[in-house]
Design a protein around this ligand. Structure first.
Ligand code: 7GP
Length: 829
């Protein structure tokens, strides 16, 4: 019943009593309404969690109004739309973010107060939506926030996993993984769309048929699974625009298998159908290679097929034919995970829409853009041809055809350089034949980009060099960014208030460039004092959390030094821990008089190790045993503490980042594609101790190397250092601390042997030894800087002031203009 006309529309509006109002009394009424009728509790007796549910539903109602208006407006204006395809979104909590973006925090707080509840306490009731692993997934979430805030006509598409990223439990210092039952208590933020569902097919055979005298391929699938939409409204800040994140859940298909029913095996027939749900059951944890995992391939195709059916249906509703599809649709591939959509779109246009190869190919190559988030060639996805053929037989044929045409084109250009042709081929020959998904993505996308300037250089000169030489114009760089709405406004309200006070405006929340004006006041002692106060409040909050989690009491006078991110050898948490051991060892060997000069430190490490990554898990254990020794050594006391924060996730980051003085981003140069954690710390005025990797270089350009602690080998020095291998001398201090671990100073001697082996005996691939001396120097420089409170505060203010370039608003504007070709489409307020 689309489009009520004239008087009717007005009447509907009257019946609704206009839009929902945001004054505290109206909010209270809504909350109580939801307590009674949604949560079904008595309004005279409900607890914090029930209040959280009722508040969330009240907020969601407001989002829905905006969502409807926005979609209606997009429909009317019919702008070019962006569809952001990603297998992972790390959204974190929704309540605080939505309330903030709607601008109703004070009203909510007041409404709740009168009902006897506290807004902050209720916000804490919410679990994280952890439908992603790390950087790539959190970036998608930040970008959704910017797309909504900047009024772009965009939707996100992904999978609604029943289980998100595993919970990390630490028992005796070892990581254990537990399922994340995030939906157990319901999810008030999603809207189930039972009527928006599509059949997704797998397996089967391809046959040839003659239709109207022409041969065509017909895919006879062997399995059908239903994809049902769950919509998650994404509100913009300071705008009515509210976009959508549509996540698909797998359900058994309606069509039934007559055979099993007639054989009388009723129960088994149902049980078998139910297995369809497995597809969207669980997020794959980061595990360096998913090769040969059938379920992973099915997940990818499932979400891509449903999304394309949805996108094409919407497009066809508004347009008669496909001629202007590329003018109306931009499809963003967030890494290679959604790249089968290339073959799927080709299949739909060829086999279902019957457009013919030329036309279909012409459309396909105009709509896709591809972002890669990794540096390592080895990490690029490959799918064994056998597996592909069994799950998606028709798609394999299409990929072969695309590759054939590409190889012909290439041969015509470069001649019979077979080595290069075979490197660039989408099909990898060898003992196991593979589809190289990255090659497919590059060949079929109009634009390819890395996520920092340095990363893109590596793509051009190393990872995708052959392709760059062929199509230099395809390659772009888009330095990542993070949203200041979540990473300052929501997670650090006191800093937010302080910034607005000194800038005399809140406009920086939408216009991040204004932050740069803080530079004028960086040496103002009043601001510095207030700045220090804010930091202290946040450190107190963090210290309380640390005490609850680990029982360790920490001093607020100590420098809080933080490294939180996934545990990986290239991110070098081991370098950090060895540095802590060195610090401990030095203190132990000091005279009493010398100790007075030591700057007290609380070293904080947090992060999840991929479940199958033994060395990463040993790093976690090492952190715990070293902490055990140090934290119980009264001789060292408050001069040094080491803490591991378990189950690192978005909410933990929101608490930890504002309370940090120093943060570490110490990957071996050339390994971190960008890094976005550094940007969040920067926004919160935490100083960075970092290698010249990923986006660090660009951060230096904004705040100056003198306001950071940079160390270690540079990207172009790394290969030479590696070649030199064992002849690179690690400093004596390094040998000493590794020996302490090897000799069992902290216990578990045998267990840590293989870990020590990764950095000694010429095997130090990540250059932990080679960078150690320079790392210690940078740490010493940080100590010296911390002693001068004014200077430190000035540097801290300059960090925040220089963080504007690292807002995802800037990144998204760049993509909109130079990659997607989309314009803002603002819904009238
Ligand atoms: C990460 C990169 O490691 C990180 O450097 C970058 O900042 C982030 O993406 C956002 O671009 N990569 C992933 O999270 C990931 O899963 C595998 O990469 C493809």
């Amino acid at each position: 019943k689309a489009g009520y006309i004239g008087g009717k529309e007005e009447h509907m509006f009257e019946l609704m009593d206009g839009f929902l109002k945001n004054d505290p009394v109206s909010l209270q009424k809504d909350i109580l309404h939801h307590v009674e009728y949604t949560v079904a509790r008595s309004r005279f007796s409900f607890d914090d969690f029930e209040a959280y549910q009722a508040l969330s539903h009240s907020v969601r109602d407001r989002l829905i109004e905006r969502w409807h208006d926005t979609q209606q407006h997009f429909k009317k204006k019919d702008p070019k739309r962006l569809y952001f395809l990603s297998l992972e979104f790390l959204m974190g909590r929704s309540l605080s973010n939505s309330v903030n973006n709607l601008g109703i925090q004070d009203q909510c707080a007041e409404a709740l107060n009168q009902l006897g509840f506290e807004y902050e306490v209720l916000a804490e009731q919410e679990g994280d939506a952890a439908l992603g692993n790390g950087g790539l997934a959190r970036l998608s979430a930040c970008q959704m926030d910017s797309l909504a805030t900047l009024d772009y006509p965009a939707w996100g598409y992904g999978l609604r996993y029943q289980y998100g990223l595993f919970r990390q439990i630490i028992l005796d210092g070892y990581q254990h993984e537990q399922p994340d039952y995030w939906l157990n208590f319901g999810n008030p933020w999603e809207i189930e769309r039972v009527h928006v569902s599509y059949a997704v097919k797998f397996y089967g055979t391809v046959e040839e048929e003659v239709v109207n005298g022409e041969k065509c391929k017909v895919w006879i699938p062997g399995e059908t699974v239903e994809a049902v939409a769950y919509d998650n409204p994404i509100p913009g800040y300071g705008t009515r625009n509210t976009i959508n994140l549509r996540l698909w859940a797998a359900k058994p298909s309606d069509g039934y298998d007559i055979e099993s029913y007639t054989t009388g095996d009723y129960i088994n027939a149902i049980v078998n159908r139910q297995k369809a749900e497995i597809i969207s059951n669980v997020l794959y944890p980061d595990d360096r290679s998913y090769q040969g995992k059938e379920l992973r391939l099915k997940q990818q195709y499932f979400f891509v097929s449903a999304s394309l059916q949805d996108i094409i249906r919407r497009f066809k509703d508004a347009h008669g034919n496909f001629d202007n599809f590329p003018e109306k649709v931009a499809l963003q591939l967030n890494d290679t995970h959604p790249s089968i959509s290339i073959a799927e779109l080709m299949r739909v246009l060829l086999d279902e829409e019957k457009l013919g190869w030329k036309k279909a190919w012409d459309i396909v190559r105009q709509v896709f853009s591809f972002t890669t988030h990794t540096v390592q060639q080895e990490a690029l996805e490959k799918v064994p041809v056998d597996l592909f053929e069994s799950v998606l037989p028709r798609h394999l044929q299409i990929i072969y055809d695309i590759n054939f045409a590409f190889m012909e084109e290439l041969k015509a250009k470069i001649g019979p350089d077979y080595a290069r042709l075979s490197r660039m081929s989408i099909v990898e020959e060898g003992a196991v034949k593979n589809i190289r998904v990255a090659n497919l993505s590059i060949v079929c996308s109009h634009t390819v980009n890395g996520v920092s300037r340095a990363h893109s250089e590596l793509l051009k000169t190393r990872v995708f060099r052959d392709f760059y030489e062929l199509w230099p114009e395809k390659f772009q760089y888009k330095t990542n960014g993070v949203t200041q709405r979540r990473w300052i406004v929501v997670s650090n309200p006191s800093l937010c208030a302080l910034i607005s006070k000194w800038l005399g405006t809140e406009s920086w929340i939408r216009n991040i460039d204004l932050l740069a004006r803080l530079r004028e006041f960086a040496s103002n002692s009043d601001l510095q004092k207030e700045w220090q106060m804010v930091k202290k409040v946040n450190k107190l909050r963090l210290a309380e959390y640390i005490e609850t989690m680990s029982g360790v009491k920490v001093s607020l006078d100590a420098m809080f030094d933080v490294q939180i991110k996934r545990i990986h050898e290239y991110k070098r948490q081991l370098l950090n821990i060895l540095g802590v051991i060195h610090r401990y060892d030095s203190i132990k060997n000091m005279e009493k008089s010398e100790r007075r000069k030591v700057v007290p430190r609380v070293c904080i490490i947090g992060g999840k190790a991929p479940p199958g990554y033994e060395i990463a898990k040993k790093v976690i254990k090492l952190c715990h045993v070293v902490a055990e020794t140090i934290n119980n050594d009264n001789d060292v006391g408050d001069l040094l503490k080491l803490v591991f924060i378990p189950d690192y996730n978005v909410s933990v980051a929101e608490l930890v980042i504002p309370g940090s003085d120093l943060s570490q981003h110490i990957s071996t140069a050339g390994h971190e594609a960008s890094g976005t954690g550094s940007m969040k710390f920067l926004m919160n005025g935490c100083l960075l101790l970092a290698t010249d990797d990923g986006s660090t270089n660009e951060i230096i350009e904004e705040i100056g190397a003198e306001n950071m602690f940079i160390f270690g080998a540079k990207i172009n020095e790394v290969p030479t250092l590696r070649e030199k291998g064992s002849t690179v001398k690690a400093p004596l201090q390094f040998a000493r601390v590794v020996r302490m671990v090897r000799d069992g100073y902290f216990g578990f001697k045998d267990y840590f042997k293989s870990l020590c082996d990764t950095v000694e005996n010429g095997k130090d691939f990540y250059l932990v030894g080679a960078d150690f001396a320079s790392y210690l120097e940078a740490q010493a420089a940080a100590d010296r800087a911390y002693v001068d409170k004014e200077k430190w505060s000035e540097m801290s203010i300059l960090c925040t002031a220089g963080s504007g370039r690292f807002s995802s608003d800037r990144t998204i504007e760049d993509y909109a203009e130079n990659t997607w070709g989309i314009q803002p489409c603002k819904c009238p307020s």
